[in-house]
Ligand binder design. Structure first.
Ligand SMILES: [Zn+2]
Length: 228
């Protein structure tokens, strides 16, 4: 990792996914979980809604973002897809990983991208501490494994912490992440696939791509579950 990067990207917080699951399990004893889509007292995402998610059509669309060769999403950030992404990202529904990653795998399989490695969009250190996991990394790891591409969670790191993008306007988002990331020199000459959960303004992905370009990456693509 580059010297200037202060926060190494990671899949999980220090204690790992089992600690996240244990923490949610304890919380569930006190407050029974409700489904993030239908509100039924059940699990964080009930079986009925899971089936709905599995049937949700794959709507691949391409987006133009600065410094990226191509960007793909698998559907609009609405209906069961929006609920699933929210539950996966904020509510600890990490067991939605396979269903969500499956959409990414199908979408990437249909592209003619030549890829050397998969890297997740780095999560803010505070968010990693809060949530215990990087949702983009969980997806990226599964995608890379299934497609047989190298997975490199440490390729990108943060050189400074930023404010939470979700709370900012689109202009603020752009300003918030400028120069926030650094890439490992090993990115030189490689074709990289960035993985994220939602594309909103694309500011984070563009800045990640800028960091990779600064290391002379040959190509940068991105895939995300949904577009907001
Ligand atoms: Zn439900």
């Amino acid at each position: 990792m580059s010297q200037q990067a202060v926060t190494q990207n990671a899949n999980y917080g220090r204690l790992g996914l089992w600690a996240v699951k244990a923490a949610y399990w304890l919380q569930d004893l006190v407050f029974p979980p409700i489904c993030g889509h239908c509100g039924r007292v059940d699990t964080r995402f009930c079986r009925v809604c899971r089936d709905e998610l599995a049937r949700h059509p794959l709507q691949i669309s391409h987006h133009k973002l600065e410094r990226l060769d191509d960007v793909c999403t698998t559907g609009a950030q609405q209906d069961v897809l929006a609920s699933a992404v929210r539950a996966f990202k904020y509510e600890g529904a990490t067991d939605l990983r396979d269903l969500l990653a499956e959409r990414l795998i199908m979408a990437v399989s249909r592209q003619s991208w030549r890829l050397d490695l998969v890297a997740p969009a780095p999560l803010h250190a505070d968010r990693l501490l809060e949530r215990g996991y990087n949702q983009a990394a969980l997806l990226g790891e599964r995608l890379a494994h299934t497609l047989g591409i190298r997975y490199e969670p440490g390729l990108l790191g943060r050189v400074r912490n930023t404010r939470q993008q979700a709370r900012l306007s689109s202009r603020e988002r752009r300003r918030n992440v400028v120069g926030a990331f650094a890439a490992d020199p090993a990115a030189r000459g490689l074709s990289v696939l960035l993985v994220d959960d939602v594309v909103t303004t694309g500011a984070t992905l563009s800045e990640c791509a800028a960091a990779l370009r600064a290391r002379n990456a040959e190509a940068v693509y991105a895939i995300a579950i949904s577009r907001a």
